[in-house]
Ligand binder design. Structure first.
Ligand code: SF4
Length: 434
């Protein structure tokens, strides 16, 4: 399980909470499990296959989260743990070997196979790391076989990406010699849509950086080399375990806000530019036109969102960067900003940009939080799918947090699209009420 940064104990409510005194709750939670991450991970790593070792419920979750996409050659599937597998681990291991053999014989295009653990595989104590080791002996070098857990026990859905990338990061070749040119200087870490990655790539090049790479790579064989000269820049705020593995390889984190909105994107790029001593004039020349265009593009949504209130239930781990963007660039009022867990170091630059009296909460006690939400009666609620329908039925306007993870939202060119995701439901509601 991911490291939880110890925070102060919970006060009675959210009224007197400041960023240094975060409301901490450990009650019933309403979140998706880490299997959900397969939906964007399989699009990003284009020659990888994700084999969930789980139940029919797991299969159903992955299928429904993938929507109605029909693949000629799908890149995820579920090896179903049936009743007879529960009878003995030997059977389950044999069955898994048989399924993997069938899959890899039929699909020579698969270069990396992730065995993805689930609640059922954990309950029967099926050791997928040993299974991955055993199967690797048979299929290496044709296919790399790794494993991670997407189990819903004690996790939230974006931790699936973290667990997957941490497993992949362990495969990164380490370069120990500080003077060697083999290791990459800058590693951008976290799944970004290809279109966003291409935009950032052009900007890093224009800034004069030549030795950079994105992680995960689009092809599993293109793993970058990492060493003591490597600095890494997180593109997502939920990569605790991945960051730890990279630091074990010698990489150094560049502290920065996350690239959401105009301000976040500029600060994120500036953090990289400062690390590599890019001249301020050059930075301004590259960034200014994009920044000014993006600021202008936000004007329309600002007119809709300014002064409207918003409440975040903890779900995606994007809540604090989103709240910072919506408050500072669009004038929204923050009633409560909930996160499944708060990583103080990775989020320090974000928290510093929030208003001093903001109500932050960590973890969840869903009934108490629903009461606080009803009492705040915000104009918009950001939450998981499970809470959205009941809250809509009570007359609230909701935004599904999972949609914000699927959609390209990072960078200057996406700032207005991100704002639009919040403005549209409010406009629709106004029209319906008219
Ligand atoms: Fe449900 Fe657990 Fe399977 Fe996720 S991993 S779908 S929480 S059984």
């Amino acid at each position: 399980m991911n490291r939880i940064i110890p925070l102060q104990s919970a006060p009675a409510g959210c009224d007197s909470v400041t960023p240094l005194n975060i409301l901490k709750e450990r009650g019933q939670r309403e979140v998706f499990c880490g299997l959900t991450g397969i939906i964007w991970l399989h699009r990003k790593i284009q020659d990888a296959f994700f084999l969930v070792v789980g139940s029919r419920t797991c299969a159903h979750l992955v299928q429904s989260a993938a929507g109605v996409m029909i693949f000629a050659e799908p890149r995820f599937a579920t090896a179903i743990i049936d009743d007879h597998d529960l009878a003995g681990l030997a059977d389950a291991n044999e069955e898994l070997d048989r399924v993997v053999n069938q899959l890899l014989t039929r699909r020579p295009d698969i270069k990396m196979l992730f065995l993805v653990g689930s609640c059922p595989s954990e309950v029967i104590k099926l050791d997928l790391s040993r299974a991955a080791e055993r199967l690797s002996k048979t299929y290496t070098p044709r296919v790399r076989i790794l494993n991670y857990s997407g189990s819903g026990i004690e996790t939230t859905f974006t931790q699936g990406e973290d667990a997957c990338l941490a497993a992949l990061a362990k495969e990164i070749p380490q370069v120990n010699e500080p003077t060697t040119q083999a290791a990459v200087d800058l590693l951008i870490v976290g799944c970004l849509a290809d279109v966003v990655e291409d935009q950032f790539s052009r900007m890093f090049t224009e800034l004069g950086l030549s030795s950079y790479a994105f992680f995960p790579p689009r092809r599993s064989g293109n793993l970058p080399k990492v060493g003591p000269n490597t600095h890494y820049l997180l593109a997502q705020p939920f990569l605790t375990d991945t960051a730890r593995v990279l630091e074990e390889l010698g990489a150094i984190r560049i502290p920065a806000p996350f690239p959401l909105g105009v301000e976040g994107t500029e600060a994120w790029l500036a953090a990289a530019a400062n690390t590599f001593a890019v001249q301020p004039e050059r930075f301004e020349k590259v960034v200014a036109p994009k920044r000014e265009r993006a600021k202008m593009a936000l004007e329309r949504q600002r007119k809709i969102l300014d002064g409207r209130s918003i409440f975040f239930f903890p779900d995606s781990q994007l809540e604090i960067p989103l709240a910072r963007f919506l408050h500072r660039e669009l004038g929204m009022q923050l009633t409560e900003v909930g996160m499944p867990y708060i990583h103080r170091q990775h989020l320090a630059e974000e928290i510093a940009l929030l208003p001093k009296d903001v109500c932050l909460s960590e973890g969840q006690d869903v009934e108490k939080q629903l009461d606080r939400c009803r009492s705040a009666n915000p104009d918009m609620v950001v939450c998981g799918l499970g809470l959205a329908n009941p809250l809509e039925a009570e007359g609230m306007t909701t935004k599904w947090s999972i949609e914000l993870v699927f959609t390209p939202i990072q960078g200057f060119e996406q700032a207005a699209d991100l704002a639009e995701l919040f403005a549209r439901p409010l406009v629709r509601k106004t029209k319906l009420a008219a």
